[in-house]
Design a protein around this ligand. Sequence first.
Ligand code: LMR
Length: 398
Amino acid sequence: MFERVEYYPGDPILGLKEKFVADTNPNKVNLGVGVYYDEAGKLPVLECVKTAEQRIADPISPRPYLPMEGLPGHRKACQELLFGKDSKVLQEKRVATIASVGGSGALKIGAEFINEWYPDSKAYVSDPTWGNHISIFEYSNVPVAKYPYYDKSTNSVKFDEMVAFFKTLNKNDVLILHPCCHNPTGIDLTQDQWDTVLEVIKQHELIPFMDIAYQGFGEDMESDVYAIRKAVDMGLPLFVSNSFSKNLSLYGERVGGLSVVCPTAELADRVFGQLQFTVRRTYSNPPSHGGHIVDIVMNDDALYKQWVGEVYAMRDRIKAMRLKLKSVLEAKIPDRNFDYLTTQNGMFSFTGLTPEQVERLAKEFGIYMVSNSRMCVAGLNSSNIDYVANAMAEVLKD
Ligand code: LMR
């Protein structure tokens, strides 16, 4: 009876971990999945998270079901981070927010909502984008197509082409946008460019769906949500999925949120009910441990302050690694331009290596990155950076 089941070739990002673990090269380096490792090459537990864990463990408390929408303190944390503590839209109760099972869970619930209430809408993703954007929306029966984004020749955004394309779309088509630290290219829009894009969205009555997984890793907590807050100021309807995987280093806890900004409190209430219903028939209600950590860290002034400092320290270490890799590669291959390493933002660098060069790095050097040439810069440290730079120089020379 299972003969009809098709073979799954594995995930292009998550599958790299298995290959990396199986590799016996003692110098192997994992620059595949978007995970921040510290200077010692270890996955950090943030100090603010340790304090939250101690509070959760003492005393060990019962584990009831959470409400379908998650813990109130988790939802409040998402809202205040994204929209601002004193934001008018929160005071007016125009935002429906649920806690989600990671950023992917937020995208899934959002995609299901769009399929149900906007069945004629298509979703548009940047070319390229994070592959799971496409899978999640298609699997929720929302047709997906690409909009022009990355210009390889200039290592920048094909801005005019992208905006012209947006103008051809139909009312209520959904644009999946990355407010900061674009995954996989690391190339973001400037604030002026966001203003233009949001104006086009408004005129053509498109639906922005902003997916933010790296708040704090770009410029800072506030600048990284410029596009979200500007869209709200302009009165646009808006979906925002956010993740705490990276900025709380809570990957396995699966904590995030989905927020839908509505024109009135009454509509937000209705949307909220439908989000609850979608959660109920998908996984019933979210797990509680990660939600408690978010609640404790984000709603305690001292822990929040400590958290922001810890995120900025991660951001700064990534920036230092970008500079270092650039200078080593420039010294080795002086006739090649490596400016992209420092102009791109966040965890990722789109290196422009060919799939063959990426494969050589894995086979000959045990260095793993995504086949589209995306490197997770957060996997570099002072012990492996020369090895990686030498290997890159080697494959680039041939
Ligand atoms: C990534 O892009 O590597 C991360 O967002 C992890 C994932 O789930 O793909």
